[in-house]
Ligand binder design. Structure first.
Ligand SMILES: *Cc1c(COP(=O)(O)O)cnc(C)c1O
Length: 466
């Protein structure tokens, strides 16, 4: 399988190439040249498979030329053995129509583990083939940092430097990063805000002195391999609910448009998805873009759902490319305009293409508390605030009664105990497997909010590209 950039001028790469590259050299994002498609019989034959086996079937067309079926199967088995539930992503029923797909049974209790556990293994496999090293630099306000650190800790060929704003991430989130003890993991507390940390990371990607010595990589959801791994749980859940003979709808709490784009990919591959509901909090650029074509960024309002406090959704570019006729030159032009003015209007073909599958809804703080309470009162389920944004959108959607609606449960409620307690009166406990988090020793370095200090720290510790 070959991959092309949404901006049309970067070279086509194979799966190994796009996994290590992350962003394309023309600033675009990689997508397969065409969508692999399963027949109804092939999908029916997937029913009842163990998760790692299903993952192998669904992802095989995408890795063709870079991994054999046996290699892929071995990586899937290893990645998904670290989940605390045998089903990996179990499906829970809330009422006659509403379901929850629990994606938080991985090591750091957020859905990002599902893709990052596999990505860590893919990095190790490809780097050892090339005899080279990768230096991952990231800034985090919480979930991404811990899931990425857990995924690459102790892996050969990879060093990770994760910046977090000192004193501004929750205790659980900080400890999930700083109690992972491996020589290739470097946690850095920066004096400053998340935006300051993020700006330093961006600067390092453009610093020729650094990029000539080190192979600098990213683990955010612009990486195609992450989206690919997320396609699998749409198949797993739809098969349980009767696909390919029955349609299924999904409501997806959305920030960077990665998780919900994976649903779009599943639909292109033949899964009978009736609708994808893009659920946003009050930072609602995607809701505005999908309802009236207005993609314009404002300031970010902090909410109880920090992983969705995003104004610019990187992966939306993938949808605009695929729906808008796959015209890389035109999209590059449109995105250049957006980068200057922070606003753009979707074209008619982009709007029509998107509206065939997507709808959207927005949840404010009151909506989130109500959805948390609804789940608890109707079915005794305690959900996290991000999941509650999705459930609010699911309940607000007018859907044929014969179609099941699945809300993606993206985080364990114990990661956000305060909001959960406000709504339900219950304070969720951390699961036993991470229960000693507060007893483990932390390790992190503190640096001033100055680029040169961070650059010197990374230069001294990272391994040359090789
Ligand atoms: C990252 C994250 C999201 C948003 O996912 P995207 O793929 O960026 O849309 C939602 N909920 C939680 C808990 C997350 O960690």
């Amino acid at each position: 399988m070959q991959y092309i950039s949404t901006r049309g001028s970067a070279p086509a790469l194979d799966f190994e190439g796009v996994t290590l590259a992350g962003l394309a050299s023309d600033g675009g994002l990689y997508l397969p040249t065409e969508w692999p498609r399963f027949s109804e019989t092939e999908i029916a034959d997937m029913a009842g498979l163990p998760y790692a086996e299903l993952a192998t079937r669904v992802m095989l067309p995408f890795v063709e030329g870079s991994l054999s079926e046996d290699e892929l199967r071995a990586l899937c088995k290893q990645a998904y053995s670290r989940f605390a539930h045998d089903a990996v992503t179990p499906l829970i029923q809330l009422d006659h129509q509403q379901w929850l797909l629990e994606l938080f049974h991985g090591p750091t209790l957020a859905f990002k583990d599902v893709a990052l556990q596999l990505l860590g293994l893919l990095f190790e496999t490809f780097l050892s083939r090339r005899k080279s090293n990768l230096t991952i630099i990231g800034a985090t306000s919480g979930d991404t940092g811990s899931a990425a650190i857990d995924a690459v800790a102790g892996r050969d060929g990879v060093d990770i430097f994760m910046l977090h704003p000192k004193g501004r991430v929750s205790d659980v989130q900080r400890r999930q990063m700083t109690t992972v003890r491996a020589p290739n993991v470097h946690n850095i507390a920066i004096d400053g805000s998340f935006d300051d940390a993020q700006a330093m990371v961006k600067r390092m990607f453009g610093d020729a002195e650094m990029t000539s010595r080190f192979n600098i990589g990213a683990v955010n959801s612009i990486n195609w391999a992450r989206l690919m791994a997320q396609v699998v749980y749409y198949f797993a859940s739809a098969l349980q609910l009767g696909a390919p003979h029955r349609q299924v709808a999904y409501s997806v709490p959305t920030g960077n448009f990665g998780d919900v784009f994976a649903g779009y990919v599943a639909a292109q591959m033949g899964l009978p998805i009736a609708q994808l509901v893009v659920a946003t909090n009050v930072n609602d650029i995607l809701h505005r873009a999908l309802s009236d074509g207005d993609y314009s960024a404002g300031g970010v309002t902090p909410t109880d759902t920090p992983s969705m406090d995003i104004q610019v959704s990187s992966n939306f570019e993938r949808l605009l490319f695929d729906c808008g006729g796959r015209d890389g030159a035109a999209l590059a032009e449109q995105m250049r305009g957006f980068e200057v003015s922070k606003a753009m209007q979707l074209t008619n073909s982009q709007r029509e293409g998107a509206s065939a599958l997507f709808t959207s809804a927005r949840a404010d703080q009151q909506d989130v508390l109500q959805a948390l309470r609804w789940a608890h009162e109707r079915s005794g389920e305690v959900i996290d605030p991000h999941t509650a944004v999705g459930l609010h959108a699911a309940l607000a959607t007018d859907l044929n009664a014969s179609i099941p609606m699945v809300t993606l449960a993206t985080a364990h409620p114990a990661k956000f105990p305060d909001a959960v307690e406000r709504a339900t009166g219950l304070r969720p406990n951390l699961p036993a497997r991470v229960g000693d988090l507060f007893a483990r020793e932390e390790a992190f370095s503190e640096l001033p909010g100055e680029y040169d200090a961070v650059k010197a720290f990374v230069s001294e510790r990272a391994s040359p590209a090789g």
